[in-house]
Design a protein around this ligand. Sequence first.
Ligand SMILES: Cc1cc2nc3c(=O)[nH]c(=O)nc-3n(C[C@H](O)[C@H](O)[C@H](O)COP(=O)(O)OP(=O)(O)OC[C@H]3O[C@@H](n4cnc5c(N)ncnc54)[C@H](O)[C@@H]3O)c2cc1C
Length: 277
Amino acid sequence: MTEAASEGARSSGVQPAAAGGNRLGQRYTVPSGWQIATLVGRRSESPSAETLVLDVPEWPGHLAGQHLDLRLTAPDGYTAERSYSLANGPALPGTSRVEVTIQRVRDGEVSPYLVDDFPLGSAIEVRGPIGGWFVWDPVHDAGTPVLLLAGGSGLVPVMSMVRARREAGDRTPFRLIYSVRTAEDRLYTDELETLVSRGDGFEASTIFTRAVSLTALRGPRRLTSSELAAWGWPPELEPRVYVCGPTGFVEAVARMLVAQGHDPARIRTERFGPAAG
Ligand SMILES: Cc1cc2nc3c(=O)[nH]c(=O)nc-3n(C[C@H](O)[C@H](O)[C@H](O)COP(=O)(O)OP(=O)(O)OC[C@H]3O[C@@H](n4cnc5c(N)ncnc54)[C@H](O)[C@@H]3O)c2cc1C
């Protein structure tokens, strides 16, 4: 546990929901709509992000792009609740494994605890899936080109869409533009490279906003309108567009898209927080 994470968890009074098994369910009444999940695995995605694998026995299934709520409860009854996108591809009813990828927010209350200190076997309350608008479903949505714009951890729900496409063997043209602070902060790097190398209509461009290598072709800066036009789809193709990330990123990108002639009705957005990426 880092000092920051330790302090973040202590100052709010947030403690492990219940270490080991489903003890939380024995100590608290689980309100309607919530159920107890168990942390059964975790993978590091970057120095500051972890994928948590949860076993949720009564999970009703989900679509790519939906999210769940996680809730931690302290012994004094204080609760902290946060939303996290489902990172794995879509799941049918009866699937009990769900994955979330959590980016540690400096000075955050919940994310440092989940990234740094939440031990395997712990129980946590979950509710979901939630959201029916920011979704891509290969059964209903295949065929129309898709433009995905992700800032930071906003990559998580759009990655679920990319995984949905791959798992369905779908060849709908997908273009992803991923804006991230530094190379070190990238998520799912190897998987994205593998998917691009398949040459089946999935393309990805990554830009760095804070630092780049000496050999990089562009300096560290935010996405420009000309880059968006070059790497995205032209409005005439009428793509479905999904934009997700920090509020500043989402607002700036949505403004650029509309200025380039994209119909706002085809732009779906999801905001993760107040900071710009
Ligand atoms: C629908 C939805 C899906 C989400 N999916 C994911 C996901 O897949 N992965 C993920 O890591 N996060 C995701 N988030 C964000 C997540 O819910 C939390 O907001 C985030 O983990 C920070 O929580 P915290 O308790 O650590 O920080 P807080 O204690 O809530 O905030 C601490 C400080 O950080 C700022 N802050 C809060 N959130 C962010 C942020 N996202 N970026 C930058 N600064 C922030 C606050 O203004 C505050 O100053 C999602 C949010 C929503 C609404």
